[in-house]
Write a protein that binds this ligand. Structure first.
Ligand SMILES: [Fe+2]
Length: 190
């Protein structure tokens, strides 16, 4: 599969604002777990299904892929009351740093390329490092904190779903005693 990538082209402001005009690639039709109660968050399992099925339909998202040398490039593909879907593209070396999802459940899949995910396991496990290869789906609950990195030699594209839609994200630093919360951002900053 070839990509029309333009790594030297300045990226649009990532905060560009997902609005009611955001495209809806049709994936919301699969989000039926909470039918009848639109305020109930979708489960990680349902979010897993959403991103997996979307990854299998590249015609829904491939034209949104861009690469930015300044930072990860991201675009919201769909949003409704109970969840939202994002596409993120990553150049080698780009990473999120440790962050939470403001209490939202989530799932992501690597549609192209390969990433690395860091998280803290229990006291016995310490720092966990996973290779997340193309086709892999990771799903998580509302308390999950991780750091996702492109440590590979080529670009990567990921698809993410969150429920409820992200309203804040806190960032953390990994120090000797564990994760220390350092900042928080809201939708006006992405
Ligand atoms: Fe995340």
């Amino acid at each position: 599969m070839s990509l029309d990538l333009a790594p030297d082209t300045p990226a649009p402001a990532p905060a560009a604002a997902p609005t009611a005009t955001a495209e809806r690639p049709g994936v919301t039709a699969t989000a039926t777990a909470a039918a009848g109660d639109t305020r109930a968050p979708l489960t990680p399992s349902t979010l897993r299904t959403i991103v997996r099925e979307l990854a299998e339909q590249p015609e829904q998202w491939i034209h949104h892929v861009r690469l930015s040398t300044e930072e990860r490039w991201y675009r919201r593909l769909a949003a409704d009351e109970d969840h939202e879907v994002w596409l993120i593209s990553w150049l080698p070396g780009q990473s999120t740093g440790f962050h939470d999802h403001g209490g939202s459940r989530g799932a992501f899949t690597v549609a192209l390329g390969e990433l690395e995910e860091l998280s803290l396991g229990g006291p016995e496990q310490g720092l966990l490092i996973r290779r997340v290869q193309s086709g892999t789906v990771r799903a998580f609950g509302p308390e999950y904190v991780h750091d996702v990195r492109n440590t590979a030699s080529g670009p990567a594209v990921t698809l993410h779903a969150y429920s409820p839609p992200l309203h804040s994200m806190a960032h953390y630093e990994l120090r000797a005693g564990g994760l220390v919360r350092t900042s928080e951002e809201g939708p006006d900053q992405w």
